[in-house]
Design a protein. Structure first.
Ligand code: TMP
Ligand code: ASP
Length: 249
């Protein structure tokens, strides 16, 4: 049951809701507070920059549950994030940020585009996890981008680049340990960061099986590769991930 004050707060936030951005997996709305936004998780799955697209009932609820849970744990562990609170099955309240147009990918094991690009099998552990940047630009198909490119495009300076990498490695240590505890191997993931109202870089976007790879003890894919590669029902595996995560509480 929501507390009375919470119900009132939620009603106020919803009253001034105006769509400001519609993404592939989430819609973003304004609130009465200019520093807060509402992220609404959609029942849509896409892959290959939207080339493959399907409506999957229940996906939005599951991803909101999983992402809220992970972000709450990250906040509690002292990571600066945009997450404020989960306000309904499909919605969460987030700090408004100016998104840095980089997809920060961390790889603990070879997989996906890394395996394809370098012709190596999937599942080989890196001694030191690899951090990569992709330029977040749908028209250009999110190309691979290096530090020099990031600086040339004035996306981030040396100090900010170093911070993004260090913070991503720190977050990886936390996530890897949590997933290991529930029998899942964190193969790789993608993060997005943004500048908050004070110009501080904080973790934004989401963390769900949409933007990471998780393998169980038998090597089964417990993430969006199920959809990308047509391996089964996406919500069946996301449900298992959610059930396992609740065991962490
Ligand atoms: P990749 O192997 O296809 O480069 O993907 C690396 C990780 O990033 C993987 O966990 C999936 C995630 N990812 C996204 O979240 N969004 C994307 O657009 C892509 C291409 C990958
Ligand atoms: N996020 C991209 C898309 O929505 C690609 C992917 O996740 O594979 O199309």
């Amino acid at each position: 049951m929501l507390e009375c004050a919470q119900v009132k707060r939620k009603a106020n936030f919803n009253m001034s809701k105006k769509l400001i951005y519609s993404g592939k997996a989430k819609d973003i709305y304004t609130t009465e507070d200019e520093n807060l936004i509402i992220s609404t998780y959609k029942d849509q799955a896409t892959a290959f920059n939207g080339v493959k697209k399907e409506q999957i009932a229940g996906k939005g609820v599951l991803n909101n549950q999983i992402s809220s849970f992970i972000f709450e744990k990250l906040n509690a562990a002292g990571v600066a994030t945009h997450f404020v609170e989960k306000i309904s099955d499909t919605e969460q309240l987030n700090k408004k940020v100016e998104i840095i147009p980089l997809e920060v990918v961390l790889r603990n094991y070879t997989a996906g585009s890394f395996s394809k690009r370098f012709g190596v099998e999937e599942g080989i552990a890196f001694e030191t996890p690899i951090v990569e940047f992709y330029y977040k630009n749908d028209d250009l198909d999110d190309p691979f981008i290096n530090d020099e490119h990031v600086k040339f495009l004035k996306i981030a300076d040396d100090q900010q680049i170093a911070y993004l990498k260090e913070e991503t490695r720190r977050i990886n240590k936390l996530l890897k340990a949590w997933f290991a505890e529930i029998g899942l191997k964190l193969i790789d993931f993608k993060l997005e960061f943004g500048f908050d109202k004070d110009g501080k870089i904080i973790l934004a976007d989401e963390f769900s099986p949409d933007n990471c790879r998780l393998w169980d003890a038998d090597g089964n894919h417990m993430d969006k590769d199920v959809f990308r590669r047509g391996l089964g029902e996406l919500t069946d595996v996301y449900e298992i991930v959610w059930e396992k995560l609740q065991g962490l509480k």
